[in-house]
Ligand binder design. Structure first.
Ligand code: BG6
Length: 488
């Protein structure tokens, strides 16, 4: 029997950017699901803040539509909507802030979560306003959405400025990849079993691949994206966090600092990639017109309506971790927009058997692989070699020991935001990035960005609906390896 999820204490969650895409598509549905599951007390409040002139009813109507389209149950949605409020505020104007502070003071005992789902250039203005009204006191927490800056210097500036209002212990830098079920499962698999840890090192692991592929293009987000690019948008945060979860030493406990100390050591051990080796170790791409899910789609530059941008919509690179456990084990990382399928996975490829006792007639001996699929259809597969059943000589087959979560547990997987928002309410920052982690990740990413800028070269074109530039295939094939292709 699985226990029902425990309710959290009553809270006020304030979403700055409350009418934005993230709030409507992810945050409100996440809160609704936890409410429907009985985890959110009825006295809690969710307060949307944006510049649009709306009232509580207008906001509820907006949310209702999105939640029902998302498969919400009508009567539960209507109950949930009673928690919702709305205030129109501009972080750069005085108007409305006193009334907002008065609204907050109606529930002085509540945990207060300020979720900044806005452009990062508003983070500091909003935090200053909150500080001026004393809203940073007591059980107050601030959640910062990525990107935290666009390089080390700008990240430091944001962290310094936010840090003048909120302590590090009140600051939750969210990376929603850490809330994904498979990432939690990686912890359970590595540290809840004895089978893997003895093999989890350079002696037995040949290489690791991390792929986050998306079929979508940049679409409406092109203005933001063109200032970011795939390295800043995906690699510096999500993919490096996944790499850390694979590569970190066993923490002494699951306490926030024990886990984050170990991740930090991995980030600090990444071998530098700079102008001396970026051309060999990295590949940048930008999609051209092509097809996605059977439809013809425009190229990146057409979406941008500017034909000069060098922003990459695809990156593949070979990273290495300079420590005893991982010396010489490549971590091939790749991510891109407008790729042929939406798939995120971590593939741990073990070394070949040292000596084969089988005849050539038995067929080739494939390497063991552990494939952790984050999406879609979260699951873990361990590929092993067995004998083909029945007579006819000893023939070898490579099969997967399969752990499909939805089938095994008959439950719908919660969205990453469901877990992470409640972790903020509970005051558990284990799955959030500490300031020094963000800094270490930028310290590694900055020289790559500098090397690309210095080279002046445009990213390599790839047709939408393909796996990126052919140089990304060459990056791994040069080493006698291939990208994982088992999609079943
Ligand atoms: C966001 C990026 O952080 O993650 C987006 O800014 C990307 O560009 C998204 O599409 C991917 O998230 P998920 O959960 O859909 O894989």
């Amino acid at each position: 029997m699985t226990a029902s999820p425990q309710p959290v204490e009553p809270f006020d969650l304030v979403i700055f950017g409350g009418t934005g895409d993230l709030a409507v598509r992810k945050l409100l549905p996440a809160l609704y699901h936890r409410y429907a599951d009985g985890q959110i007390p009825d006295t809690s409040r969710v307060i949307g803040i944006a510049r649009e002139m709306l009232d509580d009813d207008g906001y509820r109507a907006h949310a209702r539509k999105a939640l029902l389209e998302n498969g919400g149950d009508k009567s539960k949605v209507d109950d949930f909507l009673k928690l919702l409020h709305y205030r129109s505020l501009d972080a750069r104007k005085d108007e409305g802030w006193d009334a907002f502070a008065a609204l907050m003071s109606e529930q002085p005992g509540h945990v207060r979560v300020f979720y900044l789902s806005t452009s990062p250039d508003l983070f500091v203005d909003i935090c200053n306003r909150l500080g001026e009204h004393g809203l940073n006191q007591g059980k107050a927490r601030v959640v910062l959405e990525k990107p935290i800056g666009r390089d080390l210097a700008s990240a430091n500036q944001i962290n310094d400025d936010v840090g003048r209002v909120f302590d590090e212990s009140q600051t939750y830098r969210i990376d929603h990849y850490l809330g994904k079920e498979t990432v939690q499962n990686l912890l359970a698999l590595r540290f809840g079993n004895v089978l893997f840890e003895p093999l989890w090192n350079a002696e037995h692991i040949d290489h690791v691949q991390i792929t986050v592929a998306e079929t979508l293009g940049v679409g409406q987000r092109v203005a933001y994206y063109d200032h970011a690019g795939a390295l800043r948008d995906m690699v510096q945060n999500h993919i490096l966090q996944l790499l850390c979860m694979v590569a970190m030493e066993p923490p002494s406990s699951l306490s926030p600092d024990a886990v984050r100390d170990e991740k930090l050591k991995v980030l600090r051990s990444l071998k530098p990639i700079d102008e001396s080796n970026a051309a060999q170790l990295t590949v940048r791409g930008q999609y051209r017109a092509g097809a996605a899910e059977g439809q013809s789609v425009a190229g990146y530059l057409d979406e941008l309506k500017d034909h000069k941008s060098h922003t990459e919509s695809f990156v593949a690179l070979k990273a290495e971790i300079a420590n005893w456990r991982w010396a010489g084990v490549p971590f091939y990382l790749r991510t891109g927009k407008r790729l042929p399928e939406r798939v995120s996975e971590i593939v741990v490829v073990f070394k070949p058997v040292p000596h084969s006792i089988f005849d050539a007639s038995a067929g080739p001996l494939a390497q063991n692989r552990l494939v952790l699929r984050l999406q879609p259809d979260e699951n873990i597969k361990l590929w092993v070699t067995i004998k083909h059943p029945g007579p006819g000589g000893l023939r070898l087959r490579h099969v997967s020991l399969d752990m499909s979560f939805a089938e095994a547990f008959g439950v719908q997987q919660p969205d990453a935001y469901e877990r992470l928002i409640l972790d903020v309410v509970r005051g558990n920052p284990t799955l959030f990035m500490r300031r020094d982690e963000v800094e270490a990740a930028w310290r590694w990413a900055d020289p790559i960005l500098a090397a690309w800028a210095e080279s002046g070269e445009a990213p390599r074109p790839y047709t939408a609906g393909t796996w990126g530039p052919s140089a990304a295939v060459a990056l791994i094939e040069r080493d006698g390896r291939t990208w994982n292709e088992d999609s079943d």
